[in-house]
Design a protein around this ligand. Sequence first.
Ligand code: PMM
Length: 288
Amino acid sequence: MTHAVLDRVAAVHERPGPVVMGVVNVTPDSFSDGGRWVETDAAVTHGLHLVAEGAAIVDVGGESTRPGAERPSEQEELRRVVPVVEALAAQDVVVSVDTMRASVAEAALSAGGAIINDVSGGLADPRMPALVAASGAPFVVMHWRGHSHDMQTRAQYDDVVAEVCAEMRARVEVLLVAGASPEQLVLDPGIGFAKTAEHNWQLLAGLEQVVALGYPVLLGTSRKGFLGSVGRLPGEERPLDARAVVTAATSARAARAGVWCVRVHDVTATVDAIDVVTALGELPGTAS
Ligand code: PMM
């Protein structure tokens, strides 16, 4: 059984392969697009542009999670996020809200948002699991080990794929005990969150194990640091606006692994990459 919102996403998407979630960060300081969409109108226009490019979901966030980032107040997060969610939802866009606060998630759902995307998987706010259960909305359970200001000190694993899977399963248990239903849950290995570049590559290589947990999987690699530095000498990173192609290459990898959704800033490049995987007959379950 799937959730009605995920069925709606599939209907909007109208094509095989992972659905594309376009990112709108309404923040002054997100690492990849901070400061560009802080005004409500600019954020809404950008969200609609991402939909025109092929995004089936627009993810609206008001808190930067870049390594080292400090948190905005709850009031400030609400001020940033709610008007954008409301305006996009009014235009029939499937909106997810990228928040770790139950209050912000609740306000966003009331404003027409459809999906809660919590990078802490419900760990940051003890009220989140109850809200997930009460709302019935799809909930992205991302793997997370602590807030951004010091998360990289927690990037320690013996077997990153196995440990991330086990920690996500533990979050799923908590959410189910709180009354959420399995159809609501989407898993995300949390690329870049308490992970080194090597951990990120190991998780990408092991994506099938995440998919095998039996829930839809969301993957967020877009423009992240390990894609800036891949193949480059130290100090010669790709600039943020030159990471669409490397991001699209990871979207192709995700498509082959059977991921449900990829969260990206550059929608066109990722749609193109998924089209190639589809044409090759390399989507799981479609081999000829
Ligand atoms: N990454 C960021 C923000 N939100 N949500 C999910 N589910 N998965 C991610 O990997 C993720 C996320 C950080 O990236 P950004 O600052 O460029 O949005």
